[in-house]
Design a protein around this ligand. Structure first.
Ligand code: AMP
Length: 458
């Protein structure tokens, strides 16, 4: 059983899915620049959520849109004197490359807004026919006063919204009404029953999800910033057009990646691109860093915390390597000592119940970290049988798949510097042993073993 926090009910709910097939939609990026590590935070979180759902036996169809036409894209293209679609498709390509590098590999289909123009127009037409939308000289707008319960996801009252300017346009009946179609004669435009123009931001998502999932589906995800107005607008559009509710059973939102308390964003200009980050850190270190915080909580980005994540991952991998070496060594025990199986079972319980509880990766990772300490000791004392070693390896392989991070790596891990220091220490210790200075040699070995590094005297 998995419990999921549903933004709509503001409670954790048991995930109940008919036929074990999950239709999941997560809002994709607006591609007018390189993606930053805040985007990566959201997409890594959903990647792990999908990996875990699959591990639990669900079959998941994960759909993401690509906003390839939008004001920001058009403005950026003007600044650079290039074609807006050329610009957006270049950055879409870069986004997909970044996701591949970060091992975000579970999206089944990326749907471009511009390739769903007919579905968008059809949905707007339905809203017009049903009296939820109206046409003005500047565009077609959704009339929020016609949709009972507007903003039910963000839980805002219509009266509170009086001062919220969704977009300024004097032809709108009410400032809260939002654009379904923006009229314009300048390229890029598409023909529609209301004249040349392009779609509003919210309608592309419901037109895309209706195309692939129909009017209702299981899970919708995105960053916290999208709850209002974007997701509230999606609910209004699709529920009004289809007459069916709810649009979505479970709404899931990720917290922000912040820099000094402020959301990392392209518009604030305080962003680090994924490409920049990957010059200094491995993709797996970044995944580990992201997963060390619960997906709904904010993360404060700092080099220090990333370095800690790198060290923790290296230590876990050291254990992975020790375990593989132990499995192939002649020292492997014939039978287990009592605690070995108990430690493994406790660890599995902790890890998987944390994941079942709204995908609590930080608790799952800390149980993994604690377990590796125990494992290091058991390996050093050669008290694990071959069968159990294999079972541990299998468990860690399952976990690797869920986290999208390799743990069982053959080559030595750790920074070059720490490897160099280690080699100096072992040389010194060899010299001490040659001089029969057993006390000091043993002290070096014991101190290193506190760091989970075991030295063997051959
Ligand atoms: P955008 O390209 O701005 O539409 O963002 C694409 C996705 O990334 C949305 O789900 C956003 O909520 C999410 N996102 C953008 N900035 C951040 C951030 N700093 N932290 C977490 N998620 C973010």
């Amino acid at each position: 059983m998995i419990n999921v926090y549903n933004t709509m009910s503001r409670e954790k709910e048991e995930l109940v899915i008919d036929n074990n097939v999950i239709k999941l939609f997560v809002c994709g990026p607006t591609v007018y620049d390189y993606s930053h590590i805040g985007h990566a935070r959201t997409y890594i979180s959903f990647d792990v959520i999908v990996r875990y759902l699959k591990h639990k036996g669900y079959s998941v169809f994960y759909l993401q849109n690509i906003t390839d036409i939008d004001d920001k894209i058009i403005n950026r293209a003007k600044e650079r004197n290039v074609d807006p679609l050329e610009l957006s498709h270049k950055f879409e390509e870069e986004y997909l490359k970044d996701m591949q590098l970060l091992n975000v590999t579970n999206v089944n289909f990326y749907a471009r807004a511009t390739e769903h123009m007919q579905a968008i127009i059809n949905q707007i037409q339905t809203l017009m026919d049903k009296g939820y939308a109206y046409d003005t000289p500047t565009g077609v707008y959704f009339d929020v006063s016609k949709f009972e319960g507007f903003a039910k996801l963000s839980n805002r009252k219509l009266d509170d919204l009086q001062n919220v300017r969704i977009s300024v346009d004097s032809t709108k009946k009410d400032p809260k009404d939002f654009a379904l179609w923006k009229k314009q004669d300048e390229e890029p435009y598409w023909d529609s029953p209301w004249g040349k123009g392009r779609p509003g931001w919210h309608i592309e998502d419901t037109a895309i999800t209706e195309t692939y999932f129909g009017p209702q589906y299981n899970i919708h995800g995105g960053g916290l910033d999208l709850i209002f107005p974007h997701h509230d607008a999606e609910i209004a559009q699709m529920e009004a057009a289809s007459g069916k509710e709810p649009l979505v059973e479970y709404w899931m939102h990720t917290g922000f990646l912040n820099v000094r308390g402020e959301k990392m964003s392209k518009s604030l200009g305080n962003f680090i691109t994924i490409k920049e980050l990957l010059k200094d850190y491995s993709p797996e270190t970044y995944r580990f860093f992201v997963l060390s915080t619960h997906y709904r909580s904010p993360i404060d980005f700092s080099d220090e915390i990333l370095k800690q994540a790198e060290n923790s991952l290296n230590r876990i991998r050291n254990t992975g390597k020790l375990l593989l070496d132990y499995y192939n060594s002649e020292d492997i025990a014939d039978s287990n000592e009592e605690t070995v199986v108990e430690d493994l079972n406790n660890f599995k319980d902790e890890f998987f119940s944390a994941m079942d509880n709204d995908f609590n990766t930080p608790i799952a990772l800390s149980s993994l970290f604690d377990y590796t300490h125990k494992l290091n000791k058991s390996i050093a004392s050669c008290i694990i049988s071959k069968d159990t070693t294999l079972e541990i390896i299998d468990t860690l392989k399952t976990i690797e798949n869920i986290l999208g991070i390799d743990i069982l790596v053959e080559d030595s891990v750790g920074s070059d510097l720490s490897n160099d220091i280690l080699s100096i220490l072992t040389d010194v210790r060899e010299k001490l042993r040659a001089k029969k200075d057993w006390d000091l040699a043993d002290k070096i070995r014991d101190d290193l073993s506190q760091l989970d590094i075991s030295l063997e005297d051959k």
